[in-house]
Design a binder for this molecule. Structure first.
Ligand SMILES: NC(=O)C1=CN([C@@H]2O[C@H](COP(=O)(O)OP(=O)(O)OC[C@H]3O[C@@H](n4cnc5c(N)ncnc54)[C@H](O)[C@@H]3O)[C@@H](O)[C@H]2O)[C@@H](O)CC1
Ligand SMILES: [K+]
Length: 507
């Protein structure tokens, strides 16, 4: 597990460290770490370091200072460095002096900078860091556009410039070029910031350089689970367990029109945990045919006892769907509400009141989220701040909210937030949400609290998709939701193996 802090919190943590270290020491630590990452990238992508060409795009503040110092360290290792000063009058003086002492080339005219970036082996984006506001400003779009057009990789220093460091959002591109950098990799300092988990597609892999802020950082407002955390928490049977002790999950999903949702959710629940899955609804025949181990009935009232309900996929939003949701919310056990159940919660205040009385996990995508909160005073809007919107919705509704998207945001009513940054977009496929419902429902039945169940389910769901798409490190291929479902066991094996290696906690 690791934490993510806002730029303001990082600034506060920096103050005492700056006060007790020699002037510029923190920046040099950061820049040295950035230079190490740059040299690794040069070795991997250009076969070596000495004699390779690096262009540093240097902005007006300390982020530019990092870039200038990194350029100085690279010059010292024989790299041919060109610094492009985007605000020549405001370039960091000590960094500029350090770079000049290595006789690096310094350019201020964008017309000279374009051929330099086109011929570079690597470009360092030191345009703007945590103080960024809005997209790239001229002449940066032209230079970033030329870099991207030439296929030259960009290493973002601290944050990919133009992407909002707090929310990961990116303004529209203009005629001048891209509004933000798309980095091949990012190197960050002191603490990870929201952009690194909310806009992984803009950051690429993120390297972390410790500059000594750790003891000064407050509780992180956002946490990110790692494989070992998920593996250690994953419920598996012990010697004293039988099918009932591990938690029975009930799936109330699907309809005559959409039996597939029931099959995907029930099967995912079967694969996620041992124990037992019950199904209740009009797709009982289809579920039984696909998953003979499921105990299926036509109606929730006949389903028997369960330790948690997963309700909603393919349920319908009419009276029957509302009655089913009302029934499962009345059962007094944890509830996973997805898809049509989310829409029903948005439309019925009494159902929202009921949902707040039991441990409830709601899993909307953006459209369902809008419907879920539509009736609230001052409805939270995920644009631009998805974390804030999910946190506010969870607090207002008294339920845990899992907001789907490229980065999954999970917010508990008590204010805790967890983000799962997707490594790919393979889950953007029909039926993938039904699979997530089954996994999360099974975890609720096994006794995980909604916040932990949501985080673990999102992790394994994404891992199953990545493994199904292809061998890690290779380009991969699209896969349907049924293959995501089929990938659940392998995903669980990998997280449990990570837990064994890291903590010895896996059984
Ligand atoms: N404070 C410290 O001691 C440390 C700071 N570090 C670096 O310092 C950075 C923060 O530095 P600063 O607070 O000086 O600010 P930045 O370097 O992020 O930004 C500098 C200035 O750029 C302008 N600007 C804002 N948005 C812009 C945009 N979209 N396009 C172009 N220019 C824009 C603003 O005038 C802003 O004040 C961090 O991201 C990190 O790279 C690191 O060196 C670690 C230590
Ligand atoms: K940057």
């Amino acid at each position: 597990m690791y934490g993510v802090w806002t730029p303001e919190q990082v600034g506060t943590a920096e103050e005492p460290v700056l006060a007790r270290t020699p002037e510029g020491a923190l920046m040099r630590r950061a820049a040295y770490g950035a230079a190490q990452v740059a040299m690794r990238m040069l070795t991997e992508r250009a076969g070596g370091v000495t004699g390779r060409r690096v262009v540093v795009l240097v902005g007006a503040g300390n982020n530019g200072g990092d870039g200038l110092w990194a350029g100085a360290y690279l010059s010292r290792r024989g790299v041919r460095v060109t610094a492009v000063l985007l605000s020549p009058d405001r370039a960091h003086p000590a960094g500029l002096e350090a770079l000049r002492s290595w006789s690096a080339r310094i350019v201020t005219d964008p017309d000279d900078a374009v051929p330099a970036v086109e011929r570079a082996h690597l470009v360092l984006d030191a345009i703007v860091g945590t103080s960024a506001r809005g997209g790239l400003r001229a002449p940066a779009p032209r230079l970033v556009g030329a870099t991207e057009a030439a296929g030259v990789p960009i290493l973002a220093i601290d944050t990919p410039s133009g992407v909002d460091p707090r929310t990961g959002t990116v303004p529209e591109a203009t005629d001048d070029g891209p509004a933000a950098v798309t980095a091949a990799e990012t190197v960050t300092f002191g603490a990870r910031k929201p952009v690194h988990v909310l806009a992984r597609d803009r950051c690429g892999p993120v390297s972390f350089v410790d500059i000594g802020l750790g003891p000064e950082l407050s509780e992180p407002p956002i946490t990110v689970l790692e494989a070992a955390d998920v593996g250690a928490a994953w419920p598996v049977p012990g010697p004293g367990d039988d099918k009932y002790t591990q938690g029975v999950v009930g799936v109330a999903a699907g309809s005559a029109t959409y039996p597939g949702a029931a099959v995907l959710a029930s099967g995912a629940a079967c694969l996620a945990t041992s124990g037992m899955v019950r199904y209740a609804g009009s797709a009982a025949d289809e579920v039984r045919a696909a998953w003979p181990e499921v105990v299926a009935t036509d109606h929730v009232a006949d389903a028997g006892r369960v330790q948690a309900w997963a309700v909603g996929p393919g349920l319908g939003t009419g009276d029957d769907g509302a009655a089913t949701l009302r029934h499962v919310l009345d059962a007094g056990v944890p509830v996973l509400a997805d898809a049509d159940a989310v829409t029903l919660l948005g439309a019925h205040a009494d159902l929202r009141t009921q949902a707040a009385r039991v441990p409830t996990l709601v899993t909307p995508h953006a459209g369902e989220f809008a419907r879920l909160v539509a009736d609230l005073d001052d409805p939270p809007d995920p644009a631009p701040d998805r974390v804030d919107a999910a946190r506010r919705a969870a607090a207002a509704l008294g339920v845990t909210v899992l907001l789907k998207g490229n980065a999954t945001v999970v917010a508990a009513p008590d204010g805790r937030v967890l983000v799962h940054p997707a490594g790919s977009s393979w889950l953007a496929t029909a039926g993938s949400g039904d699979v997530l419902s089954g996994i999360a429902g099974a975890l609720l039945a096994a006794g995980l609290e909604p916040f932990r169940a949501a985080g673990a389910a999102a992790f394994v769901h994404a891992r199953a998709a990545d493994l199904g798409a292809g061998t890690p490190g290779t380009p991969g291929a699209p896969l349907p939701a049924s293959h995501v479902q089929a990938g659940i066991p392998d995903a669980i094996r990998t997280v449990r193996a990570a837990a064994l290696t890291t903590t010895g906690a896996g059984r």
